[in-house]
Ligand binder design. Structure first.
Ligand code: PMV
Length: 334
């Protein structure tokens, strides 16, 4: 079905009239998924490359529909008028406003429902994924869709509210369906030589990305040479890792992950709860394990030898006190 001519001209030239109806949809849906950074968090803020993988077990769906009166928000964190949403939802509200502004309908009243299985503040890209889903839903409810670049810029508007100067890695990867290489603000699909089975274990400690990013910046101001050396090494590890992933060299991938964890600790973004789960993963047969995302809490990403070992590893991490455990397989692509 094509859009009819009474669809308003998009105020933002990069938006396109939605092709599924002739006017604002009664209920438009947006979706995004969780991501785990395989290697390169923090270094990516300083221009080094990173590799991230989708976590298919976790995702978010947002539905937006025109409201009769003042819009309401329905989510696990809050049910009530959008105008009175708590500070904790400031990023989501920024995403909604950015989408409404792009659609030229800044004062439109929408009811928005968010259903997310991605734990918040655990380094799994929850804020970017929720923003992506809300933006897609809000644009849809206003009768528009956006291309990838426009979506990225709108998600980044919200991410800036979350932690100042985001690299764009999260904004790119929560909409990606494959392992991605992120460099210079852009992503490319990474060739994957053979299936990689990861176990993600949640420390239960809230990750503090903004604080962790600020801590690295401060350390870099105080000891620039040492920090640059670590960032360079993380960058080289990511570059080599891309090769290891494309060859399906699990042992080398695991070694790179273990080294990255040490370097990240050195940058001041570790946490004893992360070390505890990294140690438990290693003792439980993981080929490598590291913190993933901003750090100072959040999750550990561990590479299992295969699917059967991932089951044992998950049990081991649960026994070690993980608040939650997920398994995600990155399928071989070549
Ligand atoms: O904690 P998360 O999922 O928001 O990941 C943050 C990744 C960082 O590299 C630490 C910051 C960034 O902007 O890339």
């Amino acid at each position: 079905m094509t859009a009819s001519t009474d669809v308003p001209i998009a105020p933002d030239a990069r938006l396109h009239a939605a092709t599924h109806g002739s006017a604002a949809e009664p209920g438009a849906t947006g979706r995004a998924g969780a991501k785990a950074i395989l290697l390169g968090e923090h270094a990516v803020v300083y221009g080094r490359p990173a590799i991230a993988v989708p976590v298919r077990a976790l995702g978010v769906e947002a539905v937006a529909r025109p409201a009769a009166g003042p819009g309401r928000l329905s989510s696990t964190l809050y049910h009530g008028p959008i105008a009175r949403a708590p500070e904790r939802l400031a990023v989501t509200m920024t995403a909604m406003r950015a989408a409404l502004a792009a659609a030229g309908q800044p004062t439109a009243h929408l009811d928005i429902a968010i259903d997310s299985s991605i734990p918040a503040e655990r380094g799994l890209g929850s804020s970017a994924a929720v923003s992506a889903a809300v933006i897609e839903a809000v644009l849809g409810a206003c009768g528009y869709t956006a291309d990838d670049e426009t979506m990225h810029e709108l998600i980044q508007t919200a991410e800036r509210a979350a932690h100042g100067a985001p690299s764009g890695l999260d904004a790119r990867t929560v909409r990606a369906r494959a392992a991605v290489w992120f460099d210079g603000g852009r992503i490319e699909r990474v060739a994957v030589g053979s299936d990689l089975v990861f176990v993600i274990a949640d420390t239960g400690v809230r990750g503090r990305t903004r604080e962790a990013v600020a801590a690295v910046a401060q350390r870099r101001a105080e000891a620039p040479a040492a920090v640059e050396r670590s960032l360079d090494e993380l960058g080289s590890l990511a570059t080599d890792l891309r090769e290891h992933v494309s060859h399906g060299d699990r042992a080398a991938i695991g070694d790179a992950m273990a080294r990255a964890h040490v370097l990240l600790n050195g940058l001041g973004v570790g946490d004893p709860a992360l070390d505890h789960l990294v140690d438990a993963a290693t003792a439980g047969g993981a080929l490598g394990a590291k913190l993933t995302g901003g750090g100072r809490g959040g999750c550990v990403l561990a590479l299992a030898s295969d699917a059967a070992s991932a089951v044992e590893l998950s049990e081991r991490l649960t026994r070690a006190g993980a608040a939650a455990v997920w398994t995600t397989t990155v399928e071989g692509s070549s």
